[in-house]
Design a protein around this ligand. Structure first.
Ligand code: FES
Ligand SMILES: [Fe+2]
Length: 331
């Protein structure tokens, strides 16, 4: 995407991995928020994220670093750094130095490893949500059948979040039989709620043999990095859509789907149920070529009929950016 007016990635909680990918002792090299990071899981199972560069001579802790207890050891001279970025040991010196590496708050929520990003390093202003469908026996676990990841997509989280208040694109991009109607749009602080009246499916298809069915699509957003979609129709599922900025131009997406079981005793989705999940993967990716190749128009001429909420959504999202960047108000 071209011409996005904010150079610094938006503040909030962002998914950097799934929890099951990291066993104790594991070290990962990450690049998010324009920063080189190291992520490691301690012996006690906590996940820590620090700036990648050692506070001694600057080696990259993610390349050859090893976990020892609750700390990570640098591959260059063996200095130990804890999850707060504090130097806890120098193997050949009596005491550690009072040097700190930047550390990032981490939460494990809904099977995801979430990291708090705020450009100046301020502490979290709010917490990531706990979805009621996670760890709920009525739903299939998202891992492994409902997980999908896309990397290095050329757009920021903003454009994905805005998509949740774009009723007409469902018809053109997702091949819905008609545009949706936004029946509710509410915001509170970092939280936004959108409810669409949605028409699903076409005549003679697998899922809708009798033709189009009306239902609801509920969207919740916590900042710009966590979006939950709930479909209330022939499919009962929640999708957690997490867009994480690699830098100001590029994002990764972690996508988790929890599908309600038709048969509670079933341990994993039936082939038919897996097709429903796969269809969500397919639908989600349909927007990507549009988002990657568009330019961002700040003063977009949104007409009254399509979405009176579109500009309100942009105004709500302004809070996640530095006040010194971008348009003062998305007029
Ligand atoms: S650079 Fe890390 S211990 Fe020396
Ligand atoms: Fe879309």
């Amino acid at each position: 995407m071209k011409d996005f007016p904010y150079a610094t990635p938006a503040t909030g909680w962002f998914q950097v991995a799934w929890e099951h990918e990291l066993s104790p002792g594991e070290v990962r090299q990450l690049r998010y928020f324009g920063q080189d990071l190291v992520c490691y899981r301690t012996a006690s199972g906590e996940v820590k994220v620090l700036d990648a560069y050692c506070g001694h001579l600057g080696a990259n802790l993610a390349v050859g670093g090893t976990v020892s207890g609750e700390s990570i050891l640098c591959p260059f001279h063996g200095w130990a750094w804890d999850g707060q970025g504090r130097n806890t040991n120098i193997p050949y010196s009596e005491r550690p130095v009072k040097v700190c590496i930047r550390h990032y708050p981490v939460r494990l929520a809904n099977g995801a490893v979430m990291v708090w990003w705020e450009p100046s390093g301020a502490q979290p202003a709010w917490e990531p949500p706990k979805l009621p469908e996670f760890d709920n026996a009525e739903y299939y676990p998202a891992n492994p059948h409902g997980l999908r990841k896309w990397t290095d997509l050329a757009f920021p989280p903003q454009v994905v979040a805005e998509n949740t208040v774009d009723p007409t694109h469902f018809q053109y991009v997702h091949r819905a039989p008609r545009s949706t109607v936004i029946e509710k749009f509410e915001t509170k602080g970092e939280y936004a709620y959108v409810m669409h009246d949605y028409a699903y499916g076409k005549h003679g298809t697998d899922l809708t043999p009798e033709g189009t069915i009306d239902g609801q699509l509920e969207v919740e957003a916590w900042g710009l990095g966590i979006i939950a979609f709930r479909m209330k129709v022939y499919v009962d599922a929640v999708q957690m859509f997490c867009v994480t900025p690699v830098d100001e131009h590029v994002s990764d997406i972690h996508f988790s789907v929890w599908l309600r079981k038709r048969d509670r005793s079933s341990p994993e989705p039936t082939p038919g149920e897996q097709r429903v999940i796969d269809e969500q993967f397919r639908q989600v990716a349909m927007d990507f070529p549009i988002w990657e190749n568009m330019r961002y128009i700040v003063k977009a001429p949104i007409v009254r009929e399509e979405s009176p909420t579109y500009q309100n959504f942009r105004k709500w999202s302004r809070q996640f950016y530095l006040p010194t960047e971008g348009p003062l108000q998305n007029a």
